[in-house]
Ligand binder design. Structure first.
Ligand code: UN1
Length: 493
């Protein structure tokens, strides 16, 4: 049986706990490997190694740090197929999406390597003569990364690469469900000859390893993607220690369909956004706010297509919808479907655990569409994280905006319309971090900020230049070459 280990101070090692838990293929329930379960002591060792390594790393010129990232980028690209296969086996997303996700990490590695030669600050005129003023980014120290199973390599790349290129060291806890692709990613850092101690992988539970990372005085900042419940707990603990925390949490993303929308295009956007990744993206489409004049037409077009979505093992190239991550997730989704029915929503299709053709060996839920959903229903407000979408009828763009904004999340919203005026109105008024016009709610690219408003986050962003703000402090520097005391705000007035 393959054993997945920790990587601490440049060595692959087992936790002294001696405990291992199985890594399970969600498509068939088979055990793929077992992963070491770490303790607070393992986190301690990782933090010590990281602190030590960072002392030298912060002095390495950023363009030289970037050379390691370029090597990581090429290795990721070279190993794309292998990484995608590992990812699909343990996480379940269909192989085409597995490849797409690895590509997202490749893109991020090249992009962040480029940041080695940017990391721009401001140079501004001083208000005094013979005085120079500028701002520079400086690293913070040791970054604690806690990443989810739904994008196990892409999200790890969004966090580890900017942390490293800006001069920090990393202690990373991947999700328990997806340790194999995490280990493969760290192997790439190792092969790229990243100096030892800069990236440390510590496997284990949130309650043991996650909390130890959050509470550790040697960890200066936390970057987390996952559930709201855990994010809030992290914010409380880390906030009390005055640590910076970057949180990316839930979504309840909506596609607005106006009466002038191209319905065939809308159908593609809904099927891909709601049922791609079996609805397990933070950005997944979980609400459709459709103008009542086109609601029936849209429903019949959707129903005609949803049956084409073949379910099965994501490694099969013809499969379009893979399993959900585990049994408890499957049960939670089913629970929500029952709640929806009790609330009076009408089930158009799906609504149950798939058991035919051997699917009962894995965790499969039929693509599910509810209609006649009202904005106050729980299925219209709470994140389900599965292949379930709710159709809500609206009468105008203004009403759609109100319904879109009525939930506690604000990650991704989309609007389909032929009217440029209404598109711009939606761009202005939808309260969301990501916004699409005539495209679905998923598919963010790595060079723009990724994150959301309200309960989705806490004001920070992954991806793009914005993510550098998570891993750096600003230092404003004044150089006075006048040779005399010059008092700002006084001697120039
Ligand atoms: C996530 O679900 O947390 O925009 C990440 C998208 C992907 C990333 C999703 N590029 O859907």
């Amino acid at each position: 049986m393959q054993k997945i280990l920790n990587f601490i101070n440049g060595e692959w090692c087992e936790s002294a706990s001696g405990k291992f838990v199985p890594v399970i293929n969600p498509a068939n329930g088979k055990v793929l490997a077992e992963v070491t379960q770490s303790t607070k002591e393992d986190v301690d060792r990782a933090v010590q190694a990281a602190k030590e390594a960072q002392k030298e790393w912060r002095l390495v010129p950023a363009p030289e740090r970037a050379e390691y990232l370029y090597r990581v980028a090429f290795l990721l690209k070279e190993r794309k197929e292998h990484l995608a296969q590992v990812l699909t086996s343990e996480m379940g997303k269909v192989i085409e999406e597995g490849r797409g996700e690895v590509q997202e990490a490749v893109d991020m590695a090249f992009y962040m390597a480029g940041e080695g030669r940017r990391q721009f600050g401001d140079t501004v005129p001083s208000e005094l003569r013979n005085k120079f003023a500028m701002s520079v980014r400086v690293p913070i120290g040791v970054a604690g990364l806690i990443t989810p199973w739904n994008f196990p390599i892409a999200i790890a790349s969004w966090k580890s690469l900017p942390a490293l290129v800006t001069g920090n060291a990393v202690v990373w806890k991947p999700a328990t469900e997806t340790p194999m692709v995490a280990a493969e990613f760290v192997k790439i850092y190792e092969e790229a000859d990243l100096p030892k101690g800069l990236i440390n992988l510590v496997n284990g539970s949130g309650s043991e390893v996650g909390n130890a990372i959050v509470d550790h005085p040697g960890i200066d900042l936390i970057s987390f993607t996952g559930s709201n419940e855990v994010g809030k707990a992290i914010n409380g603990r880390a906030g009390a220690l005055l640590k910076r925390t970057s949180l990316e949490m839930g979504g309840k993303n909506a596609i607005t369909v106006l009466e002038d929308a191209d319905l065939d295009l809308v159908v593609e956007g809904i099927l891909w956004g709601a049922f791609g990744t079996s609805g397990q993206r933070c950005t997944a489409t979980s609400r459709v706010l459709v103008h009542e004049s086109v609601k029936e037409a849209l429903e019949s077009k959707l129903l005609a297509r949803v049956g084409e979505l073949k379910m099965g093992d994501g490694l099969d190239e013809s499969v379009k919808v893979g399993p959900v991550i585990n049994r408890s997730s499957l049960e939670k989704i089913d629970e929500y479907v029952k709640i929806g029915q009790q609330e009076g929503a009408k089930l158009l299709c799906g609504g149950k655990i798939a058991t035919e053709n051997g699917l009962d060996q894995g965790n499969f839920y039929l693509p599910t569409i509810f209609t006649n959903v009202t904005p106050d229903m729980r299925i219209a407000k709470e994140e389900i994280f599965g292949p379930v979408v709710s159709i809500i009828s609206i009468n105008s763009l203004e009403e759609a905006i109100e319904v879109n904004n009525s939930v506690e999340f604000g990650l991704s919203s989309a609007v389909y319309t032929a009217s440029i005026n209404r598109a711009f109105q939606a761009m202005r008024d939808l309260d969301t971090g990501l916004l699409y016009v005539n495209a679905g709610t998923t598919g963010a690219e790595i060079h723009l900020p990724f994150g959301g408003t309200k309960g989705t986050g806490n004001g920070h962003r992954d991806s793009g230049v914005a993510s550098l703000d998570v891993y750096t402090e600003w230092k404003s520097i004044y150089v006075d070459f006048s040779g005399k005391l010059q008092r700002a705000q006084i001697d120039n007035n």
